[in-house]
Design a binder for this molecule. Structure first.
Ligand SMILES: [Zn+2]
Length: 302
């Protein structure tokens, strides 16, 4: 594919500053600052050219170069026949971004390489590309799960200028689903509770976390998840930031809470282990891409 000379490549270098937030983490769209304008309320660009988010499984297919970037230019003909109508995700610095899903069994052609989007698998993609790739994953997930009306089963249609879908038979409308989950660091003076699940890398611990239940508020979910997973009570629940997590569609809502009593009892159905750790002797934790790491780094010490 010819790389357009008119369009700046999307790499980590020279990228616009992110929107100033307390938490600038990859997968949050604000990582892209004002450079990214989502595909809402605008006409789809007439020509399929720009940046290409070629998704295979949970990887991006990018040029086989040392500095990772998105393929840019016209429709990448080397993949002809392997994807249908691409999704328009939005524009980045005025350049349209297109999303296409490639078959899992497609051999990556010469000149390209697959880079995982999953932090736990050691992604090398810079934060702006992870954030775009995360949106691409969610757009494809939504496209694959919204083809039929959940009420009557008829085929849905895209609502013009929106990500939402409408059922032409019963007029039901629905929009991309985002699933809220709380993630919380329990603190007590100079110690914190960390947990680990079976299958994680040896020695790796993270935070208590879980999905918000129907009818539950966020603070209620924090109290319940802490009680269920590690058996203790907390107080002074404070919000510290959030992260969009596109595997496949979570919103991680981060808190710290103060230990208020009870013996630590591990929920063995959910966890392999949980224990108190001195803040000066923390185990290996989650990687820098996750809000869990952010909370530990910024809030373990009271
Ligand atoms: Zn319907």
């Amino acid at each position: 594919m010819v790389r357009s000379e008119l369009v700046e490549p999307v790499t980590a270098v020279g990228f616009p500053k992110p929107t100033p937030l307390a938490v600038n983490l990859p997968f949050n769209r604000d990582c892209l600052g004002e450079a990214f304008v989502p595909a809402k309320g605008h006409e789809t660009p007439p020509v399929q050219a720009g940046h290409w988010l070629l998704v295979q499984g949970q990887s991006l297919i990018v040029p086989a170069e040392d500095e990772l970037r998105l393929p840019t230019g016209g429709r990448p003909t080397v993949f002809d026949g392997h994807f249908g109508e691409p999704l328009w995700l939005g524009t980045l610095g005025g350049t349209p971004c297109w999303v296409a899903s490639l078959p899992a069994d497609l051999t990556v052609p010469a000149g390209f390489q697959a880079e995982t989007l999953i932090p736990m698998q050691g992604t090398r993609l810079p934060d702006p590309l992870l954030s775009l790739g995360g949106m691409a994953l969610q757009a494809l997930y939504w496209a694959s799960t919204s083809g039929h009306c959940p009420r009557c089963g008829a085929s849905t249609e895209r609502i013009p200028g929106e990500w939402g879908k409408r059922c032409p038979a019963c007029q039901y409308e629905h929009y991309p689903h985002l699933h809220p989950a709380v993630i919380v660091l329990v603190r007590d003076e100079t110690r914190v509770i960390l947990t680990r699940k079976a299958g994680w890398a040896p020695g790796r611990y993270s935070l208590v976390a879980g999905f918000v239940d129907n009818g539950e508020c966020l603070e209620g979910a924090v109290h319940r998840e802490v009680r269920e997973e590690v058996g203790v009570e907390v107080t002074d629940v404070q919000y510290v930031g959030s992260q969009n997590w596109p595997f496949p569609s979570q919103l991680m809502i981060g808190f710290v809470a103060r230990y208020a009593g009870g013996e630590l009892v591990v929920d063995r159905d959910e966890l392999e282990d949980a224990r108190w750790f001195a803040v000066d002797h923390l185990p290996s934790g989650p990687g820098r891409h996750s809000i869990a790491r952010y909370i530990i780094d910024h809030h373990a010490r009271v």
